[in-house]
Design a binder for this molecule. Structure first.
Ligand SMILES: *Cc1c(COP(=O)(O)O)cnc(C)c1O
Length: 377
């Protein structure tokens, strides 16, 4: 059996191991140290968001953002339904109420109209939502201009889940820099990785200072251990940050490689009926974290996403359905939902194809052969 071709696997550059060795040599094997400080500065430089706190995961970063916005029990948070559960779980950690919002077909992200309908619905009932949690799924930026207007109109802050979108932008402005808070993830499957990790970004210096305080068990200023508020142990290790500093140096190459993967699939499926891509709207740059296609089952029975996935699996090639929307998850049974069936249709028709920046030309040949044999079967 040939080696497995993964959906998205870690891709180290040349500096990461050197940095880790340096961290060992200087004994900064701790959740403090020079690489943490450098990684935070480098991330701020990259996204042009003034302040960054690196943490143990993207999920932890979202949790901190919710705490900083005082989201508490029974508060409403408006959350994109079409996402990974890491977006919405922190809402539940706070015992707040997630209200899920459908996607629009152009970017597959939060639908501004459904968002506004939900806001009006809850304001009318005297329950103004506390935050808008928008996601740039698969690296495609959401409609931040439209969502930003709504956020300002109703004075509801935005948390931008840019876990999948480091390197993506709208008219040159980085994803994660539009809202009150931006969050990033460096999990093993993301465009760059620290094995596990995340970041919280904001232009509000005191908010990020408070995030650091909450992420280090909320220790009050005293010689002994004094605690007056609930905190977490969320700080990133200097070892992870050492990897992150090296990874950030090759991010632009990783984006270029993933965009080339997308182009590869686009060419491969050219002239195949019933295959749809996610095109970039004018001014939008997607890092193409994952290349996804939609297959129209009705037009051509052969093109069932599940048959396609199984076919690739037989050739030891990993693929996945698109994220299952949160409003369809058993965990969120009974949660309020606003919108139509866009997210649901995306889940039913879509498939993510191998998208790693480390795919070799041999890998691509294998993928091409497998896809062609599926299309001809
Ligand atoms: C990966 C991911 C997260 C969570 O990040 P972790 O670092 O894995 O906790 C959140 N939202 C989205 C959209 C993600 O893809």
């Amino acid at each position: 059996m040939k080696d497995k071709i993964w959906l998205s696997s870690p891709h180290m550059g040349t500096e990461e191991l050197k940095n880790v060795q340096e961290a060992f040599a200087t004994n900064w094997v701790a959740p403090v140290g020079p690489f943490i400080n450098q990684f935070e500065r480098d991330l701020s430089d990259y996204t042009q968001v003034k302040h960054t706190a690196v943490v143990q995961s993207g999920t932890a970063a979202i949790h901190l953002a919710l705490r900083l916005l005082d989201v508490a029990k029974d508060d409403i948070v408006l959350c994109q339904s079409f996402t990974f559960i890491g977006s919405s779980n922190p809402i539940t950690y706070q015992q707040a109420q997630p209200v899920f919002i459908d996607s629009e077909p152009e970017t597959w992200n939060m639908c501004p109209e459904a968002l506004e309908t939900a806001i009006k619905h809850f304001i009318k009932r005297g329950k103004k939502p506390k935050a808008i949690l928008v996601v740039h799924l698969y690296g495609m930026p959401a409609k931040m201009k439209e969502i930003g207007v709504i956020s300002e109109r109703y004075e509801i802050p935005i948390i931008e889940d840019a876990a999948e979108a480091l390197g993506s932008s709208i008219e040159g402005q980085a994803c994660g820099s539009f809202g009150a808070f931006g969050i990033l993830s460096f999990n093993g499957n993301k465009i760059i990785t620290t094995s596990g990790g995340g970041a919280l970004q904001s232009n509000d210096e005191s908010a990020i200072a408070k995030a650091r305080f909450l992420a280090t068990q909320a220790k009050d200023n005293a010689p002994h251990y004094e605690h007056s508020t609930l905190g977490y142990n969320y700080r990133m290790s200097n070892i992870a940050a050492a990897i992150g500093v090296g990874q950030l140096q090759v991010l632009d190459d990783r984006v270029a490689a993933r965009r080339a993967n997308y182009k590869f699939y686009e060419d491969l499926f050219k002239n195949v009926d019933g295959v749809q891509f996610l095109e970039e709207p004018q001014g939008y740059i997607s890092n193409r974290w994952l290349s996804c296609v939609l297959l129209e089952q009705s037009e051509n029975k052969k093109l069932s996403p599940e048959d396609f996935r199984l076919h690739l699996e037989q050739d030891n090639i990993e693929s996945r359905p698109l994220w299952k929307p949160m409003h369809m998850q058993p965990l969120y049974k009974g949660a309020a939902y606003f919108g139509g069936t866009i997210a649901e249709q995306l889940f039913q028709k879509g498939i993510c194809l191998p998208s790693g920046s480390n795919l070799t030309s041999q890998d691509k040949e294998r993928i091409q052969k497998s896809i062609q044999s599926f299309l001809n079967s």
